[in-house]
Design a protein around this ligand. Sequence first.
Ligand SMILES: [Zn+2]
Ligand SMILES: [Zn+2]
Length: 193
Amino acid sequence: MTAGHRGVPEGVVDLRRLDLAPGAGAQVDVRVALGDVTLGGQPYAPDPRVVDVRLDMGSSGSGLGMRLRFATTLTGPCQRCLAPSAFGVEVDARDFQASGRTDADEPDDDLDCEYLSGPLRMEIDVTEWARDAVAEVLPMSILCRDDCAGLCARCGADRNAAPCACADDEMDPRWAALGELKERLGDSGDAAE
Ligand SMILES: [Zn+2]
Ligand SMILES: [Zn+2]
């Protein structure tokens, strides 16, 4: 089976096929199937899941510089109200592989690109790199909107829709504290939901 020049290679690219001379560069688009990203125990699914990843390479006397670029959208629950949410991620990652290294050498973070393997370290696992790179650009928190009011800790109502009946009780902090304690005991005793 030959990949030929038509179409987009998938997943793993053999850099020998590019035949990069020192000083030369190359650009290939690689089709990659991204995986779900887990954040706070919740899975977030890429949409589109299959993306064309742009891989730029520049060869020099010291080695090979690589740059990986693509964009996708992750979809999953808002961390406050659980409503379906979506947020865009843009990946622009770089890595470097020093020349003259083989798999016999002790791996070195500064000299070796961990996504390269094969006898001459010329096969790059673009899928693995792309999946790791998505995980590195995630926001600290995922909200349906910045001012999401979240769910009421006591009755579970969506406060974005309307204030719930608990609102008055919470005026008294003693009752609120009791309510939270009850909630917590209930959660640990019975893992329903
Ligand atoms: Zn929300
Ligand atoms: Zn409530």
